[in-house]
Design a protein around this ligand. Structure first.
Ligand code: PLP
Length: 389
């Protein structure tokens, strides 16, 4: 039995989304062409844009399709810093974030810092990787008013699953007139997210986390938001992002979103039940700690293991046909110690021992039962194997 428990890395594409995607791929037109084939492709794009807009509480024109979460996040962070620098030439510029963000944010900000474009304003997280609101307020108060180009925050931590207090973060940022961007790559589809209701400026989302294709995402930017400089110049097909639009990708993204959002409450309840069964079953094992807040994504289970390497446990599970991640799934296939667990203040040993299980629409009770059967022996063997050098 092959058991896929790495939905947060990428989700399998449901059959109905595959069918819509394949059908849209038959269409030839460039959505910017004036002939009928082009206009058909344009209609597909605009329908998809309206669907996505509806799920994030904005107007369709506020949604720009991108190549995924990484591009969307980079576009907002760098575009915001460049626009801010133009508006305040010669002044110091800060960008606020925690050390538990996804690498798409961390590395973009570290590049801005190394290139002399902006200085990171680091906000602490607690031992569940949840942003420390008092520290956020203190850090925004500690720099000159108007010097912070923006604040970026995860909606839900991609490793440990903790949900962030978005309304509170947005309220504090508003008091300091700091624009807010949400990395909603994990969270979109799991929890209600409305840009207008939250009162934030922008949001990045990605199709492949909900069963759409890899290489398709969106940057949602409120019309009322602070300006962004474009990073990708060309035909001006979309605000902040030039390039021929991918009609089939947009169609598949919108169908993946529909199939996710329209899943029944009982189906969601069932998945939460499976998540909790896994949490309970792993949490009772000696030396295993379940990490992250109890206010967490409904598909995420994260543990650290005393005396065992996450990487070794991952390979042992892999040999049993069980696919999980150490948490740092986006590190080019290299299992590293978890920067999130380090940011939580849990030390190096814990950071090297992290394992993340993420469930999805096809996860079954039989799969969870099998994981719980196999795991004690995997843990024992991982402890004997020790740590890879
Ligand atoms: N942000 C978070 C929270 C993620 O989990 C990921 C991917 O794992 C990304 C950003 C990057 O998204 P993409 O793979 O679409 O570039």
């Amino acid at each position: 039995m092959v058991i896929y428990l790495d939905y947060a890395a990428t989700s399998p594409m449901p059959a109905d989304v595959q069918a819509e995607y394949a059908q849209a791929l038959h269409l030839v037109g460039n959505p910017s062409s004036i002939h009928q084939a082009g206009q058909q492709a344009r209609n597909l794009i605009e329908n998809a844009r309206a669907v996505i807009a509806g799920y994030v509480g904005v107007e369709p024109m506020e949604v720009s399709f991108t190549s995924g979460g990484t591009e969307s996040i980079n576009t907002w962070i760098k575009g915001r810093v460049f626009a801010h620098r133009k508006a305040r030439p010669g002044e110091d510029v800060f960008i606020a974030l925690t050390r538990a963000e996804h690498h798409a944010s961390l590395d973009a900000v570290e590049w801005l810092d190394a290139s002399g474009f902006a200085t990171p304003l680091w906000i602490d997280v607690d031992s569940d990787a949840v942003m420390d609101l008092a520290h956020l307020d203190a850090q925004l108060s500690a720099v000159p008013a108007g010097s912070v180009a923006g604040l970026t925050t995860l909606v839900a931590n991609n490793e440990v699953g903790s949900l962030q207090p978005l309304s509170e973060i947005a309220a504090i940022a508003r008091e300091h007139s700091v624009p807010v961007h949400l990395d909603a790559v994990q969270g979109f589809g799991s929890i209600p997210l409305s840009l207008s209701e939250l009162g934030v400026d922008a949001m990045s989302i990605s199709a492949h986390k909900l069963g759409g294709p890899v290489g398709v995402g969106a940057l949602v930017v409120s019309r009322a938001a602070s300006p962004l400089d474009s990073l990708i110049h060309g035909g001006g097909q979309q605000v902040s992002r030039s390039g021929t639009l991918d009609a089939a990708g947009a169609v598949a993204f919108s169908h993946a979103a529909m199939s996710t959002f329209e899943r029944s409450p009982s189906e969601r309840e069932q998945r939460r039940g499976l998540r909790d069964a896994l949490i309970d079953g792993l949490g009772v094992l000696e030396g295993v700690s379940v990490r992250g807040s109890s206010n967490r994504l409904d598909n995420n289970v994260h543990i650290t293991m005393e005396g065992a390497s996450g990487e070794v446990a991952l390979y042992l599970l892999d040999a049993e046909g069980i696919y999980v991640s150490t948490g740092s799934a986006c590190q080019a296939g290299v299992a590293e110690s978890s920067h999130v667990v380090s940011a939580m203040g849990l030390g190096d040993q814990a950071a090297r021992s992290a394992l993340r299980f993420t469930l999805g629409y096809a996860t079954t009770q039989a799969e969870i039962t099998r994981v719980l059967e196999v795991f004690p022996s995997v843990l024992e063997r991982a402890r004997v194997a020790g740590y890879p050098s």
